[in-house]
Design a protein around this ligand. Sequence first.
Ligand code: FAD
Length: 399
Amino acid sequence: MMHYDKVIIGGGIVGLATALAIKARDPDCKLAILEKEAAWASHQSSRNSGVIHAGVYYKPGSKKARFARSGNASMLTFCQEHNIPHDQCGKLIIATKNEQRPQLEALRERALQNGLQIDSLTPEQAHEIEPHIQCVAALQVPSTGIVDYAVVASKYAELLLEQGVSLHLNTKVQGIKTIGAKSLISSSQGVFQTKYLISTSGLFSDRIARLYGLDPGMQIVPFRGEYWHVKEGSRHLVRNLIYPVPNPNFPFLGVHMTRLIDGCIHVGPNAVLAFAREGYTWKNIDLRDLGETLTFPGFWKLVRRYGKEGAHEMVRSLLKAAFLRSAQELIPEIQSEDLVRGAAGVRAQALRRDGRLIEDFELIQTKGATFVLNAPSPAATASLEIGKYIADEVYSGSS
Ligand SMILES: Cc1cc2nc3c(=O)[nH]c(=O)nc-3n(C[C@H](O)[C@H](O)[C@H](O)COP(=O)(O)OP(=O)(O)OC[C@H]3O[C@@H](n4cnc5c(N)ncnc54)[C@H](O)[C@@H]3O)c2cc1C
């Protein structure tokens, strides 16, 4: 049996950043990370849009709003200090119809409440930045940037190794027993004993909490986000990041255009129910995962609330023409032959039994453990801030 002061379950960007924050506070801490995959950050943390968010959309005062703003700055500083390629290129949010103007104005006010710089642009000014868009009005967010979060996560892991953290890949946690104040974690690589457990297990955050004997009061419902790529010869259509005004009746941002740090242009992601928690295509079906979703009362309440939008997302996933129409609302010139199907990511969407989506980052702390239950976008941007927050909670509470 291996003995540690603290064990983190889940080696995505949040788990790795939490380990960095713990070592910064307590360099002598005997710390281990257990990750079931053969590489760090194999799921949400490497299958995303690569945007260093500014924090425009989030409810003022929420953890998302606070950590996105400070996380934007800390992520940019981290990239500079470690020579990680990144670009603070800014983004445009564009209203394509007059009826979207009030909502664009509401976004501007929210960004100001969140302490961000945000500029209103005329269509002419917006065209100077993105010549191929069509819009009636736009907002520019200068602090938004881009980076490859897989590169950031592997730098976090490299630093942890240098600091003597015990890094265990291919180590799937299968059971947890508590004995007094200690946890015994059984895994595919043996048993780990720890005085304090932290779970940052993304798409499995609810299951790990239940393994510990906790009722998390929520369930993860997986929503796949599929991307199309713009062919190399058509990349001139998008210079940086172009976002629509989000549908106020739907919890996702809507199909947008994103330049990746390697020069590729992503169009997407959409949001369709995944039939497996790590279901990156329609063909990936996991009967346990799907059964849990379909028997969860909160899911059916969500379907009742967002049924129309959800059906539209499914059509857009299956029919390229429907996806293309969404892309053409932003860039009318883009044509079917400009787009090729790309990779997908799956969002760990935390849902309450009453069908409410948990919007903010959510953690539960008990005497000997902390569980991150909900860490959706912008958690990659905010990873260093979430890590510091967890370390503060752990050391101010029951470490
Ligand atoms: C399509 C998409 C686009 C996004 N775009 C952005 C963006 O542009 N900017 C941004 O800031 N955020 C974005 N996000 C959100 C961001 O990627 C996530 O919020 C973030 O990566 C969450 O990190 P995590 O470490 O909590 O989860 P994950 O990266 O999912 O890591 C959890 C880890 O736990 C491991 N694990 C699970 N169960 C076990 C077990 N039993 N034993 C051992 N290990 C286990 C998993 O293998 C996994 O590696 C996006 C997300 C998606 C899906």
